[in-house]
Design a binder for this molecule. Structure first.
Ligand code: HEM
Length: 280
């Protein structure tokens, strides 16, 4: 409903970008560190999708989202002993205590937005255009239809689905864009070529949209090269086998923990001539 083609383009260009542009204009041409403004841009895309809300840079709720998510990410850190030795989950180490505190605050923040929309929903305002609104609608429709699986979409599922969008989508996108800016700054020739391609194909009167991707091969090559050379999630997310299986000739038993080394895929000299060089 939100993250494809034109709909996503609309959210970026109409909801998120104007606020970003305003915040850049307020810098009055002075040099600045772009990360907080990128977080405003990406945060507004995800908040528009999830909550149907838009934020200015100094909005207290937006500041709380960014601050709490930062704390969650820092508390996750590079993992905890408890990730590997389950018995440690019961031991309140400093890391686990900090993580639990951060997660509690984060989930309260999401729940607050869900409760707000639920109140509107219960008042009969069922047309809220947001992911939360959609899930609440689906939950209610299934319940009214007497769908036997209706109670499987619990309130925790709703909260977790919305939380995933922020936790998985915000930092990854901000860091990727941060690195893109860093590389374009360090390689001005690449920056010029990117600019030229956009000027030639798109012109100055509109935004590049997702549908333009096929006409902007150099821009796409630059984005992909940034994603390769700076692997934002080097070990992806943990997976597990649900049955005995094999991959590439290796036997993997049921219930094995699987980590995929994306960093190695991106930096393997067998596949890339000069993996440490930025070569879009
Ligand atoms: C450049 C930005 C992004 C990068 C580099 C990135 C990277 C990744 C990686 C490596 C995984 C693990 C895949 C796996 O092991 O199966 C993943 C999973 C996921 N990502 Fe992203 N991601 C980005 C943006 C986003 C955005 C914008 C969203 C949503 C708003 C999102 C939502 C998710 C979710 C929900 C999963 C878990 C999927 C599952 O459970 O199978 N990601 N992402």
């Amino acid at each position: 409903n939100y993250a494809s083609g034109e709909k996503l383009g609309d959210i970026v260009s109409k909801d998120a970008f104007p606020r970003f542009k305003k915040a850049v204009a307020e810098k009055k041409g002075e040099a600045f560190y772009p990360s907080p403004l990128i977080s405003l841009l990406v945060g507004n895309v995800i908040a528009t999708i999830c909550f149907g809300k838009k934020y200015e840079l100094d909005d207290p709720e937006f500041m709380r989202i960014v601050h709490t998510l930062d704390e969650v990410n820092n508390a996750f850190g590079n993992g905890h002993v408890a990730d590997f030795l389950p018995i440690f989950r019961c031991i309140p180490t400093r890391g686990i205590t900090r993580l639990k505190r951060a997660m509690k605050e984060w989930l309260q923040l999401i729940q607050h937005n869900i409760d707000e929309q639920k109140m509107e929903f219960n008042k009969g305002n069922t047309g809220i255009k947001s992911l939360i609104g959609d899930i609440l609608r689906i939950q209610k429709e299934a319940f009214l239809a007497g769908d036997e699986q209706a109670d499987q979409l619990t309130d925790i599922n709703v909260r977790q689905t919305v939380s995933n969008m922020f936790v998985a989508g915000l930092d990854t996108t901000i860091n990727s864009l941060d690195w893109a800016i860093a590389y374009l700054t360090y390689y001005p020739r690449v920056q010029e070529k990117v600019h030229q391609e956009i000027d030639d194909i798109i012109g100055h009167n509109r935004f590049p949209m997702l549908a333009d991707k096929v006409s902007l091969p150099y821009c796409e090559a630059v984005i992909r090269e940034v994603l390769r050379i700076r692997t934002i999630i080097p070990f992806a997310v943990p997976h597990a086998t649900t049955c005995n299986t094999s991959v590439g000739g290796y036997q993997i038993p049921k219930d094995s923990w699987i980590w995929c080394n994306l960093w190695n895929v991106h930096m393997d000299e067998n596949h890339w001539e000069h993996p440490n060089e930025f070569r879009p």
